[in-house]
Design a protein around this ligand. Sequence first.
Ligand code: ADP
Length: 305
Amino acid sequence: MKSGKLVVLGSINADHILNTAHFPRPGETVIGSRYQVAFGGKGANQAVAAGRSGADITFIACVGADDIGERVRQQLATDNIDIAPVEAVPDTTTGVALIMVNGEGENVIGIHAGANAALTPGYLSRYQQAVTDASALLMQLESPLETVMAAAKLAKAHQTRVVLNPAPACTLPDALLACVDMITPNETEAEALTGIAVTTNEEAARAAAWLHNKGVATVLITLGSRGVWLSEQGAGQLIPGFRVNAVDTIAAGDTFNGALITALLEQQPMAEAVRFAHAAAAIAVTRPGAQPSVPWRNEIDDFLQ
Ligand code: ADP
């Protein structure tokens, strides 16, 4: 009998965000109007969304042996997450995203994986019992692919449901897709995976069929404010999201994924779980930022009343 527990395996980044009137040219220095450090990384964002929405969650990840890594760990612990498998890796720095935002709201981003690159199959093997005991494993693609592959195989062999949010967009080996029970690409990621541009329901159905053919039983293509295309057992349907005044859609997909798994692990039927996840993501897009925008369970329940 499985535990009802969730394991999230993924990345942690510190986002350094500098607002400037314009981007500097090579050799130029520009003075910023605002600077902030925000905690991000798709793995951490999804872990936070799962923890705040009520999952019994363990996070497998790496931070650097630095001050910001310790601050991230402390923050994650306050978000209802078991962080025992979030280790500070000696001689590494916490993953960073250096983000400049210009006056038009455009951004340029440079990323350094840092400690995220230390999330190797060897590191995973220290925590494999968490994966084999869990009811579900949620992953993204900001970690080494060989580790994602090893975790997917391990989970599959122990009847742990494998959920993959295939972000950032890329192509994936068939051997990985064969281990995945549920996949949650957005439109861009669905196109990168399948080669089918997803703009209509028919195209979403075709992309879903492509993924079913690779062995994925449940396909959920998120469609931004339109909601999601859900496809399982040969039948597809659009499940619309909630209409809200969106101010910032950063981490919408991460919030959706974390909350979706929480609801599924509570044995909510798929359509209700999607509605729960839509509510969580709808709240998140009405607030600025990534992790600060992720709602707690009582806020989602209130929204749905
Ligand atoms: P990603 O952030 O990965 O690109 P999407 O943009 O597809 O993902 O959004 C994921 C989910 O977030 C949607 O299925 C929906 O539930 C919610 N969402 C995104 N944008 C909006 C919006 N403008 N209004 C309401 N909900 C939204």
